[in-house]
Design a protein around this ligand. Structure first.
Ligand SMILES: Nc1ncnc2c1ncn2[C@@H]1O[C@H](COP(=O)(O)OP(=O)(O)OP(=O)(O)O)[C@@H](O)[C@H]1O
Ligand SMILES: [Mg+2]
Length: 218
């Protein structure tokens, strides 16, 4: 039914802001590098110069309200560019690709949280993306807990919240439910990890999932 091509060496990390995606990505990258693999780490929205410019537009639209359809289509414009320019070439030469966010984020943010029609998102996915990861790690964390983490990080780095980070808690509750619904629908591909424990514990759980996954591939 999916009509998407599954790419075994494409790994994606999903979850709300502050769940620990970047932290887990580093752990997975280090494990694959230590094993002599070529690894390409990337992120969405972004990952190419054009897609990063689209990211800039998405996260800072100035004073203009962004219509949900514009947000959805810009996300997929960036993703199409990212897949063609970065993800597919890397996979074609046998590299592993780890992406900090991918299409599941559009189902959660633009779909579940902003209310865009899921079948429209699926159509964009089929036509403009065409592939799905072999393995997705979903870092699940309560909204209040995630806010504490991003607040700590932003205070340290002096960053101010972007357009999406400025949404209210009910938005992030819908994002979280949207991700969990994706996981329930794709139990083989998406592994849910409790992102609540300390970073070392979450990283160890993620590495365990990756090791099992690679064993099953071999
Ligand atoms: N398991 C953890 N326990 C406690 N703190 C953590 C954990 N994982 C990450 N952190 C810290 O919480 C903050 C957010 O983590 P991180 O940047 O990895 O999240 P993220 O999901 O990539 O966020 P964003 O979506 O904003 O990029 C960072 O300051 C990080 O050091
Ligand atoms: Mg991050």
């Amino acid at each position: 039914m999916t009509m998407l091509q599954s790419k075994p060496r494409l790994l994606t990390i999903e979850g709300g802001e502050g769940a620990g995606k970047s932290t887990v990505l580093s752990a997975l990258r280090d494990a694959l590098l230590a094993d002599g693999c070529e690894v390409v780490c990337t992120r969405e929205p972004g990952g190419t110069p054009l897609a990063e410019r689209i990211r800039g537009l998405l996260l800072d639209a100035g004073d203009e309200a962004v219509h949900p359809h514009a947000e959805l289509l810009l996300m997929f414009a960036a993703r199409a560019q990212h897949v063609q320019q970065v993800v597919l070439p890397a996979l074609a030469r046998g590299a592993w690709v780890i992406s900090d966010r991918f299409t599941d984020s559009s189902y959660a943010y633009q779909g579940a949280a902003r209310g865009m029609d899921e079948s429209f998102i699926a159509e964009l996915e089929r036509r403009a993306v065409g592939i799905e990861p072999g393995l997705t790690l979903l870092l699940d964390l309560g909204v209040a807990h995630a806010r504490e983490r991003t607040r700590g990080r932003d205070l340290l780095g002096g960053a101010s919240p972007d357009r999406i980070e400025r949404e209210r808690d009910d938005f992030f509750e819908r994002v979280r439910e949207g991700f969990l619904a994706r996981a329930a629908r794709h139990p083989q591909r998406i592994r849910v990890l409790d992102a609540g424990p300390d970073a070392a514990t979450v990283a160890a759980a993620a590495l365990g999932v990756l090791a099992d996954y690679r064993k099953a591939l071999a």
